[in-house]
Design a protein around this ligand. Structure first.
Ligand code: SF4
Length: 325
């Protein structure tokens, strides 16, 4: 199996993905589970690294199906037909594979839902007697979460929800910028610049996290760098997991409008305010007030840090995510 399957030559985020979602015929029944959105749309802007735990640890195609059995905290991976236990084999393979993935510096992972090996959420866990009793993560995502606790993770099914999709894609691009800052400009200056550029993004997700992180950044140069990066990185990715709401987006838009108050006449101000309120009430998608706001910001003399806000251009426009939230 190829170590990397790339569907686009891009400088975009590098994402792990369950191989069957890319259309590879690796499932237990010899079929694939192609996800067109991932391949045709998101695939234009990211680089995929495909991983099929069952095939890569040596199981054939086709093969008997597996299931999770036993203690929900530490379930075992069992072949239904024979009772063979693949738990240790999977864990040994995963440890090695994760070290290879660490070298690739992933920015996220999309898993196949429902799979005992690859599912991230609500995978069925059975009792020894064969009754479904609990739900939890599959074997490989458990290891991924342990090894890469900050990595944005999602499942194919949930990505069909516009809010969850937007949230995940927002997070992978932020995480990529975070990793790049750590690689190219690791120091208090780089951190302050990163924090400043993400100010409005964080406010749309979680104002509380934004405030806490601001206090942390103020200690740059005082706290040891490793501790600062560790705490900031955890808060950053935790804050971004909070879904942005229309109310918080509307507050951010109004905050941006504040920079235009000396520049717009009363008719322009009223028009912008009306669009923001209509968005807040769910009558318009976010893209509508945001486009008008960007138009005004481009034409007027506002502070440079406003133009540098990632919030204004968080990911490729062609993904059209803000047309649906
Ligand atoms: S769900 Fe995971 S283990 Fe199953 S075929 Fe897809 S990638 Fe392989």
């Amino acid at each position: 199996m190829n170590d990397k399957q790339t569907t686009a030559e891009t400088n975009g985020p590098r994402l792990g993905v369950s191989s069957c979602l890319l259309g590879q015929k690796v499932r237990y029944d010899g079929q694939h589970q192609l996800d067109r959105y991932l391949v045709r749309t998101l695939g234009q802007f990211v680089e995929w690294v495909s991983v099929c735990p069952e095939v890569e640890m040596g199981l054939p195609i086709p093969r008997p199906s597996l299931r999770l059995v036993g203690d929900p905290e530490t379930p075992r991976l069992i072949e239904l037909k024979t009772g063979n236990d693949y738990t240790e084999r999977m864990q040994d393979w995963a440890r090695e594979r994760l070290e290879q993935l660490a070298e690739l510096d992933l920015h996220g992972f999309v898993f196949k839902r429902g799979s005992p090996s690859s599912g991230l959420f609500r995978v069925k866990i059975y009792t020894e007697a064969g009754m479904p009793s609990h739900k939890g993560a599959g074997m490989f995502p458990r290891e991924v979460m342990r090894r890469f606790p900050l990595l944005p993770l999602e499942e194919d099914g949930r990505l069909h929800d516009p809010k969850l999709r937007e949230n995940f894609i927002d997070r992978i691009f932020v995480y990529q910028r975070w990793r790049e800052m750590l690689r190219h400009d690791p120091g208090p200056g780089g951190l302050v610049q990163f924090h400043t550029a993400h100010k409005l993004t964080l406010m749309a997700h979680s104002p509380q996290h934004y405030r806490d992180m601001g206090r942390l950044v103020a200690q740059a140069g005082v706290l040891p760098w490793d501790e600062l990066v560790d705490r900031y990185g955890r808060q950053l990715m935790e804050g971004l997991r909070v879904l942005a709401t229309p109310g918080r987006h509307a507050n951010v838009l109004q905050h941006l409008q504040g920079f235009l108050k000396e520049h717009l006449d009363s008719a322009d101000k009223a028009e912008l305010l009306e669009l923001i309120e209509e968005y807040r009430k769910g009558m318009l998608p976010l893209i509508v007030p945001l486009t008008l706001l960007r138009h005004h910001l481009r034409r007027h003399d506002v502070p440079e840090w406003v133009h540098q806000q990632v919030y204004l251009h968080p990911y490729p426009r062609e993904l059209m995510l803000r047309n649906h939230v």
